[in-house]
Design a protein around this ligand. Structure first.
Ligand SMILES: [Zn+2]
Ligand SMILES: [Zn+2]
Length: 534
């Protein structure tokens, strides 16, 4: 008979399911595996296979997040010091034209992805229009896309001032310069940059302002909202200024003061003086309608007019100006709503291939990737919590995009307006606490960085594992895969799946240890790698 225990004793005992979950995580197994049914078409044999969830946040799945981070580090390392062009360019006379069209394709893809995710695409559309100009400029006839709809805010383009920078023709090479030492040794240095936003007021070592009342939260909020567009402009300017197709691997994360900053690994070098010059000339102007005066506070919100599908002013009964109308009303003497710029402070260091610096910098670049932006610096003190609160307040009513519900507060119908929009309740990611105003991608990688996609890097890793374990590749056409759903007789509940993950990981670890021992000529235990560890 089991001895009697008190309630307190029982509560202090670990919960079996938590132990299994912790064990799975400790062994690098996925804690939320997905169950698939695999049928071997040759033999008819059916097997249950657990696939990792692949989440990139450690709070959701520590093992998958860690694997995703390792993969990013591998991607960063492989591309940084490439000494041959990653993509073989066909020997055609129009390399430069090809390059501009490739850039255009890249931006189009970003734009379409943003569009599919329901984000605003105005800034990327603008960038596309600029690239179209470059394409025409390089001597290509016609447009890359047929029948592009006429851009609504033509005026915006006119007023996006050209940066005051010398402009060189951009050669379609992606590799930096090679230097030769007196002893004949050649080396090709690359760089690690850290770029920050401007100051919004003095902050202490804890990241909080000395005088919160004079800290410019509005500018901090707007800079964060437009940080991704600013970064794109910087890269474009650097490419024009340096005269080659500069490649980068960048990670965006918050500083202690909760403003975004970006770590950038670039292939090739730029001097500090040149970088300072390019940074000073790089800015992103936001040509949106004015959002300084509140015309409709929460007590006087515009009302939805069902028949027309527009919002109207409750006091006058007039329709509010539409988004396009409000843009057209921006006059030649008006100022942009916001001008995003990098701060004058930056960090730049040369990094040699394979050096200890490379590993250290890759550590910086991937350090926070498994965390939400806001979790990178958890508030420890009341002052820090109050600072985060004030920034969230500033972001609450700041328009995040042309479709933002907050435009109603400033008397403008948001783009694609629909019923039920309420200022302060926009569902855009940028307003959410965990994003601190930056809703863009955390890792920004140029297309010719390593010449491989993340899936290619993942396949490399898998191939290495298969070779190490002495397994031969499986012919994918031999199997069919189906998802297993809760109603199916062979469905495993989460707890059962976790037990399988733990068992699979143990076998897999043993097999790997054995394979390594075999490779180094040590005695091994006979254990075959079976199952597929999630
Ligand atoms: Zn997982
Ligand atoms: Zn919004």
């Amino acid at each position: 008979m089991t001895p009697r225990t008190t309630r307190a004793q029982r509560l202090a005992m670990p919960l079996a399911r938590d132990v299994v979950r912790d064990l799975a995580a400790e062994q690098g197994g996925c804690v939320r595996p997905v169950q698939l049914r695999r049928t071997d078409l040759d033999t008819g044999h059916v097997e249950q296979v657990l696939i990792p969830c692949g989440h990139t946040l450690a709070t959701v799945c520590p093992s998958c997040a860690e694997r995703a981070k390792t993969l990013r580090a591998a991607q960063c390392r492989e591309g940084w010091h490439l000494d041959t062009e990653p993509v073989i360019t066909p020997d055609q006379p129009d390399d430069e034209q090809r390059m501009w069209v490739e850039h255009r394709a890249e931006t189009q893809q970003h734009r379409d992805q943003a569009d599919a995710a329901g984000h605003d695409t105005a800034e990327l559309d603008e960038l596309n229009a600029e690239l179209d100009e470059e394409i025409t400029h390089s001597g290509i006839r016609g447009n890359v896309l047929p029948n592009r709809t006429a851009r609504r805010h033509r005026s915006t383009r006119r007023r996006q001032d050209a940066p005051d920078l010398p402009r060189r023709p951009v050669a379609p090479r992606t590799i930096g310069k090679t230097y030769t030492a007196p002893d004949g040794a050649t080396f090709r240095p690359s760089m690690f940059l850290t770029l920050t936003c401007d100051s919004y007021g003095k902050v202490g070592a804890d990241g909080t302002p000395a005088t919160p009342d004079s800290y410019d939260y509005q500018r901090a909020a707007r800079d964060a909202l437009h940080f991704a567009a600013l970064f794109d402009r910087l890269i474009q300017n650097l490419r024009r200024f340096l005269g080659y197709d500069l490649q980068y691997f960048a990670a965006v994360e918050p500083q202690k003061r909760l403003a975004p900053h970006v770590h950038v690994a670039i292939r090739g070098t730029v001097s500090r003086a040149e970088l300072r010059q390019v940074l000073a000339a790089t800015y992103h102007q936001v040509w949106w309608p004015p959002a300084g005066k509140i015309s409709h506070d929460d007590a006087h919100l515009p009302v939805w007019h069902e028949a027309s599908g527009w919002y109207l002013d409750p006091a006058t009964g007039e329709f509010l100006p539409t988004w396009d109308g409000a843009l057209d009303a921006i006059g030649d003497d008006d100022e942009p709503l916001h001008v995003a710029k990098f701060g004058p402070k930056f960090d730049a260091q040369g990094v040699m291939s394979g050096s200890r610096d490379t590993a250290r910098c890759i550590g910086y670049l991937t350090k926070y990737l498994t965390k939400q932006i806001a979790d990178c610096h958890q508030a420890q003190t009341d002052a820090q919590a109050a600072h985060a609160e004030r920034l969230a307040d500033a972001l609450r009513y700041e328009p995040c995009s042309p479709t933002c519900a907050n435009w109603l507060r400033y008397g403008v119908q948001p783009k694609n307006a629909r019923e039920g929009l309420r200022p302060g309740r926009c569902t855009g990611k940028a307003h959410r606490r965990e994003y601190l105003g930056y809703a863009g991608r955390r890792v920004l990688v140029s297309r010719k960085w390593s010449g491989k996609t993340l899936a290619d890097h993942r396949a490399d890793r898998k191939a290495w594992l298969m070779t190490t374990l002495g397994l031969s590749a499986i012919d994918p056409s031999r199997y069919t895969w189906e998802p297993v759903t809760p109603g199916d007789p062979d469905h495993m509940p989460p707890a059962q799946r976790l037990l399988h993950v733990v068992a699979d990981r143990q076998k897999w670890h043993a097999a790997l240890t054995n394979a390594r021992a075999r490779a180094s000529g040590q005695p091994t235990h006979d254990l075959s790698a079976t199952g597929r560890a999630a």
